[in-house]
Design a protein around this ligand. Structure first.
Ligand SMILES: Nc1ncnc2c1ncn2[C@@H]1O[C@H](COP(=O)(O)OP(=O)(O)OP(=O)(O)O)[C@@H](O)[C@H]1O
Ligand SMILES: O=c1[nH]c(=O)c2[nH+]cn([C@@H]3O[C@H](COP(=O)(O)O)[C@@H](O)[C@H]3O)c2[nH]1
Ligand SMILES: NC(=O)CC[C@H](N)C(=O)O
Ligand SMILES: [Mg+2]
Length: 521
């Protein structure tokens, strides 16, 4: 099945992914590509409409990005946002200048005339029926003269041309950012654009996508066998459920117990997938091996590398036992695809080497199957629900590939892992019981291998410390520590100290990211 599609051209805004999210939320499929993709690509994409994102440049400077001409020649509607509007104006004969008055943050604009883009959209009305909109702005440049054929559709004192339209050609521009939630009517504006103006239907939703994805997987894989690393996390679990539906017994999952998993994780994964869903899962207990190689190692990066390498070892060994396996399935999702494309030009510092199975060993000789590579995390979750996975599994917090290995500071020991597993399970249990699990993005306990003195039942104790970490975040790039109620923290602390012999002190981590990171190593 082929969907009606919106093409989003990225000019480097921080919010381009949000544009894609808003369009998808309107039940329309879209893809995000760099602004300088080839004209042939744009033509072959057959977009129903095109959105030009914001970006950091100023169009009046030399060699700044432009939309390929084909964007305005295809005869499809175009929506320019911020820089996208400015480049549209400049390319079609208008003028853009540096504004004396820069606008950052909340602003109010008044609709003007009647435009298809703002039809029936307003936060507050006025007598003439021209609504006021609460919007979010972030610009230092503005359009000062309209290109031929355009009229103003909204304005305010600072930015007289805050929105423009050429209704005949279906070209629209807004200076504000409808993709951020601070622009209250942003969602409505995208719906006007994709449905009313571009004429897209509502053909993108996860329950229907199940059948489409299954069809695609079947035709790609044929009668080959597929292996999948199943972690029990959201992404690999959804891939497992989807592939199981599509190809049944041609799928073999490999679940690696590296000794660094949460309490009862192995049992839970086996119960959900092997027992309840009838998925073929090989449970590999490699904990001894992982622990052996981690003995005496304290450096976090070295630990991460060892864990990654061991994953690959296990994978290689298991895949060699399946001579008919031709494919390796992975839970790559759309943000991974976008970020790894962006990362190619990225000179950012390496803070820690994130990995899961440590990259793909060439010697595996397997083709890659990535059925979630077009989906955002919340779409992956909806797909999981549509496939009948349990709610708790689909909405669980992410768990890093190196697992407790990066939550036990310094040397990893079996004894420490045991204590941490039990402390962590108590914390999560209390978060769930109090309704705070859903209100935090990630929460866990960290094992600190230092001893402090305590007194229990009139006796002296000299035991280890556990730190609790709970954060709230949208994208895990920045995060706030969660302001958990003191009563909840008190209860968790009491339970851990009473129930986990070996821990006599619990502390709460109140560091944000940045400057801290979410995991301690
Ligand atoms: N214990 C494990 N056994 C087998 N494969 C694993 C294990 N841990 C990680 N992996 C592999 O590494 C991949 C990436 O891990 P990642 O944590 O990013 O995703 P996830 O675990 O599927 O989902 P989530 O982001 O919700 O934790 C997993 O999809 C899985 O294929
Ligand atoms: O799959 C993963 N493999 C890894 O190696 C890894 N390291 C950190 N994380 C997760 O990434 C998010 C950000 O973590 P940090 O703030 O600690 O960098 C948090 O959600 C972390 O749990 C990992 N996930
Ligand atoms: N957010 C943007 O797209 C900014 C566009 C342009 N650099 C400006 O400051 O007006
Ligand atoms: Mg995971």
């Amino acid at each position: 099945m082929s969907h009606q599609k919106i093409l989003i051209l990225d000019f480097g805004s921080q919010y381009t992914q949000l544009i894609a999210r808003r369009v998808r939320e309107s039940s329309v499929y879209c893809e995000l590509h760099p602004y300088d993709v080839s004209p042939e690509f744009i033509r072959d994409f057959k977009p129903q409409g095109i959105i030009l994102s914001g970006g950091p440049s100023s169009v009046y400077e030399e060699e700044t990005p432009r939309a390929p001409d084909v964007v305005f020649d295809l005869g499809v509607p175009v929506l320019g946002i911020c820089y996208g509007m400015q480049t549209m104006a400049a390319q079609l004969g208008g003028t853009v200048e540096n504004a004396s008055h820069r606008e950052f943050g909340y602003a109010e604009v008044r609709a003007q005339g009647h435009s298809a883009l703002l039809r029936d959209i307003q936060d507050r009305g006025n007598e003439e029926g021209h609504g006021l909109l609460d919007v979010w702005m972030s610009h230092g440049d503005k359009v000062t003269a309209l290109p031929a054929g355009f009229k103003v559709i909204c304005s305010n004192a600072a930015t007289p041309i805050a929105g423009m339209a050429d209704e005949a050609r279906h070209f629209y521009g807004v200076q504000f950012h409808p993709e951020v939630t601070h622009t209250l009517q942003g969602k409505a504006l995208f719906e006007r654009f994709v449905h009313d103006i571009c004429g897209c239907g509502y053909d993108w939703n996860m329950p229907d996508y199940v059948e489409e994805a299954i069809g695609r997987i079947r035709s790609e894989v044929g009668s080959d066998e597929v292996i999948l690393g199943l972690s029990g996390g959201v992404d690999s679990s959804v891939v497992a459920a989807l592939l199981h539906r599509a190809i049944g017994t041609q799928l073999t999952c490999v679940f690696v117990d590296n000794g660094l998993l949460r309490l009862n994780e192995a049992e839970q994964v086996m119960k959900t997938f092997a027992d309840n869903l009838g998925v073929k899962v090989i449970h590999v207990d490699a904990s001894g091996e992982f622990m052996k190689h981690l003995t005496g190692v304290i450096d976090p990066e070295q630990k991460r590398k060892i864990i990654g390498r061991e994953f690959v070892e296990v994978f290689q060994r298991e895949s060699a036992k399946l001579p008919n396996a031709k494919w390796l399935a992975q839970g790559t999702i759309y943000p991974d695809v976008i970020e790894s494309a962006g990362a190619k030009n990225n000179k950012a510092h390496a803070i820690k080497s994130h990995h899961n199975v440590g990259g793909l060993p060439e010697t595996l000789h397997l083709k890659l199957l990535e059925p979630l590579r077009e989906l955002f995390k919340d779409e992956v979750r909806e797909l999981g629900i549509a496939l009948g996975l349990p709610h708790d599994m689909v909405y669980r917090h992410p768990f890093p590939g190196p697992g407790l290995g990066v939550r036990i500071l310094g040397e990893v020991k079996f004894e420490y892992a045991e204590l941490l597993r039990r402390a962590d399970a108590i914390f999560i249990e209390e978060l769930r019981a109090s309704g705070w699990y859903e209100k935090t993005s990630q929460a866990f306990a960290v094992f600190l291998p230092v001893k402090s003195v305590g007194v229990m039942g009139d006796g002296r104790t000299y035991d280890y410390v556990v730190a609790l970490r709970a954060v709230q975040t949208q994208d895990f790039m920045t995060a706030h520590w969660a302001e958990l109620p003191y009563t909840l923290l008190g209860k968790v602390s009491n339970r851990i100290i009473n129930e986990v012999r070996g821990i006599n002190r619990v502390v709460y981590d109140i560091s944000g990211k940045p400057p801290a990171t979410i995991e301690w190593e």
